[in-house]
Design a protein around this ligand. Structure first.
Ligand code: FAD
Length: 399
């Protein structure tokens, strides 16, 4: 078990251009694979057709799992089992990068499926207790409970008796995860999903924080800053907990379901819950950082982003502000397989940083992999940046 890396020295200047640090734990073979993958992901038509073909091939039972395992899966996932993922955890830990273990199975929508996910998460927490560099796990609300029940609660609709029992079981699952995480010194990042499910997730998160976030944050709620209401939610949350002996856990992201949210609002003729302009999302993300920094005496912050400007902004604020005692309250996180220049250089400069590392069977990880491939075609400049860094390093290594 390892607690948050409270660095004894002052974090240094963060330099995302340092290539030797960026690729410190990539072999030449891994560099070639990454280069090939990012080149392929630069072709949106290919990604779209590839995603559809992969799903169709899996449905037809064609033996394509080994192909996926040797390519996309190898780049973005930790392995099929916890034991395989542990090797990656150790490799990251050697570079002072922590792991957020993310059980990537797309849950079956059954009580038995949700119990299975809870048991796997509990097993991870037990393993994390004794593993250096592994002190975070992530939990997807719809991995432990029915999405239609979250949706009904979000819209303040009444649950029937069966649904009430089912939701009580969802809550118990989250409680048992928080309870073991609190005992094992592990942090739990509760992922945010689509807006139409989020109100009951926020309520559950606040209830768990009240119970488990005593001397430190055990549970983190995720705030999607592309939502127009999230700055107000953050302020409201701080007000609700004013004077209580609770350390809030706040994970900031921009949000992963932009097009879906815009489309749903248009179809339903409702006001759009997310910003229309990227600059507004960026501004609300930084505003949330400012609010969190102003309340670091009673919260822990995780900036989960690949945006270099946001990260530079936060590292500069850390350098400027007299918040030395609270430095261990700030974390950064990126997804495994993306933005290594940010992660490894943050670690090298002495910041608390982690990688989200999904693991699970190849076939069940396919939806996650398709989302990563699509994201890398749509993030403006991201894919080009990954490629140009890889190219420079390959030249430096004379590959
Ligand atoms: C460690 C980690 C954990 C994550 N966990 C979650 C999670 O629990 N839930 C979740 O939803 N997402 C999660 N994400 C994904 C995240 O929300 C973003 O989709 C992704 O990280 C890209 O945003 P960025 O800040 O990294 O980069 P950027 O490239 O700076 O931002 C891209 C993001 O900006 C926003 N955006 C783009 N265009 C517009 C526009 N026209 N108008 C308004 N906004 C726009 C979108 O949110 C888009 O994803 C996570 C990401 C990381 C790194």
């Amino acid at each position: 078990m390892e607690q948050t890396v409270a660095t004894s020295h002052t974090p240094g200047r963060f330099d995302p251009e340092n290539l030797q640090v960026t690729f410190c734990n990539k072999t030449n073979e891994e560099m070639r694979l990454a280069y090939w993958l990012f080149t392929m992901m630069g072709k949106p038509a290919l990604v779209k057709a590839g995603g559809l073909a992969t799903i169709a091939a899996l449905r037809l039972g064609l033996p394509i799992a080994p192909l996926i395992k040797g390519t996309l899966y190898r780049h973005f996932c930790g392995g099929e089992t916890l034991e395989e993922a542990q090797k990656v955890v150790q490799k990251l830990s050697a570079a002072r990068v922590h792991t957020v273990l993310d059980y990537a199975a797309e849950a079956q929508d059954t009580e038995a499926g949700f119990d299975y996910v809870r048991d796997e998460v509990l097993r991870n927490i037990e393993t994390g207790r004794d593993t250096k560099g592994f002190s975070y796990i992530s939990v997807k609300p719809t991995g432990i409970g029915h999405s239609h029940i979250f949706e009904k609660l979000h819209h303040s609709q009444e649950l029937n008796e069966e649904e009430q029992k089912s939701f009580a079981r969802t809550k118990e699952r989250l409680e048992s995860i928080c309870q073991s995480a609190a005992q094992a010194g592990i942090k739990v990042y509760l992922d945010a999903e689509e807006c139409c499910l989020q109100n009951p997730v926020d309520e559950l998160a606040e209830e768990m924080m009240r119970r488990f976030n005593k001397e430190r944050a055990v549970l983190f709620n995720t705030l999607q800053m592309y939502r127009t209401d999230r700055v107000a939610y953050l302020r409201g949350c701080l007000q609700r907990f004013e004077g209580e002996p609770v350390i809030l856990g706040i994970k900031l992201v921009r949000g992963a379901y932009l097009e879906k949210e815009q489309q749903r609002a248009e179809e339903n003729g409702c006001p759009c819950p997310v910003f229309i302009k990227k600059e507004d999302t960026d501004q609300s993300f930084n505003q949330a950082i400012d609010i969190c920094l102003a309340h670091l005496h009673r919260l822990e912050l995780c900036a989960a982003t690949h945006n270099e400007k946001s990260i530079t902004y936060l590292t500069e604020r850390i350098q400027q502000d007299p918040i030395k005692n609270h430095r261990q309250r700030i974390h950064f996180s990126q997804l495994y397989g993306m933005s290594d220049n940010l992660t490894f250089n943050l670690a090298d400069a002495g910041y608390n940083v982690s990688k989200y590392l999904p693991y699970g069977e190849v076939v069940t990880a396919v939806p996650y992999l398709i989302r990563r491939a699509e994201e890398n075609t749509s993030i403006a400049g991201q894919m080009g940046r990954e490629l140009s860094l890889l190219q420079k390093e390959m030249r430096r290594r004379r590959m």
